[in-house]
Design a protein around this ligand. Structure first.
Ligand code: B16
Ligand code: MG
Length: 219
């Protein structure tokens, strides 16, 4: 039997939570008199919460105490969670459910591989929690993407060798992490941005079942 491990990033692949991260970071940046643009938000994709705040402070030329840093992180997350709280199945990106169901029916290993510490909450909100055999998220790793730790842990949780795993990712750091893990990397987004990926699709509507079958059968 051909059993591969399919590892999905969360934000930008399964749901578009980047818009909520943006609203919450923007509000926070404003409260400390820092300008925060949508282009800067792009650079925070796949980046951990701690690293994101460090970058925002760096861009704004601000230095703050460790206490203040922790306080701002908590404020941002509370604000972000108020958006997450309103989420439901309608926020699952197009054709994601079709792809997940196809892989479930084909008895493939399916794991989440996300930098977010809120991943489990989000999956429950959009009713996809039970579609995943394994979930590896920001609570389980020490090193963030582009370090391959998150994907290697997902492969281990699925009990599938890394070179039999396929990663769906929307961030450059995530594609680099998948490549470093020796996995097949599939970029979801723009070809010129995700040019280090083995394959790139604009979104899941472009990803046909015949292509998934090929990934399952290929050695
Ligand atoms: P949290 P992913 C990432 O999710 C987001 O892309 C990134 O913008 C965010 O800072 C990070 O999760 C941490 O999220 O604050 O919820 O722990 O793309 O790896 O699924
Ligand atoms: Mg992402």
């Amino acid at each position: 039997m051909n059993k591969k491990g399919f590892i999905f990033d969360l934000d930008g692949v399964i749901v578009d939570t980047a818009k909520y991260h943006f609203l919450a970071w923007q509000k926070l940046a404003k409260s400390i008199d820092v300008d925060f643009t949508e282009a800067e938000n792009e650079q925070l994709k796949g980046v951990s919460r701690v690293k994101s705040l460090e970058k925002i402070l760096e861009w704004g030329n601000k230095s703050i105490s460790e206490d203040e840093f922790m306080k701002l992180m908590a404020l941002k997350n509370n604000d972000y969670l108020s958006y997450i709280n309103e989420m439901d199945e309608n926020e699952i990106l197009p054709d994601v459910s079709r792809v997940l169901n196809f892989l479930i029916d084909a008895n493939q290993g399916i794991s989440l591989g996300s930098a977010s510490k809120n991943a489990r909450t989000i999956l429950k909100k959009v009713n996809l929690y039970n579609s995943f055999e394994a979930i590896v998220d920001g609570n389980d790793v020490i090193k963030g993407k582009p370090n391959p730790e998150v994907f290697l842990k997902a492969a281990k949780a699925l009990n599938i060798s890394p070179d039999d795993c396929i990663v769906f990712e929307d961030s450059v750091a995530g594609i680099q992490a998948a490549n470093a893990a020796n996995m097949i990397s599939i970029g979801v987004g723009e070809k010129d941005v995700l040019n280090q990926a083995n394959y790139v699709f604009k979104d899941f509507t472009e990803l046909e079942n015949s292509f998934l079958n090929k990934l399952i059968k290929n050695k």
